[in-house]
Design a protein around this ligand. Sequence first.
Ligand code: APR
Length: 238
Amino acid sequence: MSEPPAIFVLTGAGISRESGLSTFRDADGAWAQVRIEDVATPEAFARDPARVHDFYNARRAQLTSAAIAPNAAHLALAALERRWPGAFLLVTQNVDDLHERAGSKRLLHMHGELKRVRCARCDASHSWDAALDTATACPSCLLPGRMRPDIVWFGEMPYHMERIGGALRRCGLFVAIGTSGNVYPAAGFAAEVCGRARTVELNLEPSEVASQFDEAIHGKATGVVPAFVARLLAAWKL
Ligand code: APR
């Protein structure tokens, strides 16, 4: 049997849905409550920073509540990372910390993190659990008024794209979990590896880029992800 392939896992909001966090584009998702143009662009922040802070403060506060915890899908991916003998990278579009809390280590947040803030003046990024407002001073340059959520907004360049590109070039198995395939560059990753890697989509329903995948497994993440991980480990006798 050949070497175990390098695995690249991409996750989206669907993997955190059963932990109690809303997705973005489901009927009860975030973008059904508020417009992207009002809270998730640099222009929105320049126009009305207090409104943007309110949106992210509410989501950060929800994340720190005891009710929100990693689910079986997050835990299965952390177990796969620990037991896989080949290269493994988990790239998430999510800004929650549920993958870390489940034990994932080889993890990149390409859209930033709710529990980090950044100074638009000195660019320092800080771990942050509290609310943020227009008067908050930067812990590094000590100047107030320029702190923002360390979130990648629409129109901004996602983080870690060089490392992500390298991992995509090397991977032999690409798995997308809980993402609708609406937002690029993440939605283009499956097409990028097509022909080089086996591609599998685990989602509640076919995504916008379902045609790019060799295999689709539909169902709730807490059911299909642990089953997929068990099947993969058994296939390699791990
Ligand atoms: N199990 C598996 N999949 C689920 C579940 C579940 N329990 N619940 C919902 N899903 C699926 C939905 O069917 C949908 O295809 O998860 C996907 C969530 O899609 P989106 O809400 O579009 O979230 P995502 O793909 O992560 O969005 C990407 O868009 O708004 C930006 O920056 C934001 O990172 C986000 C990006």
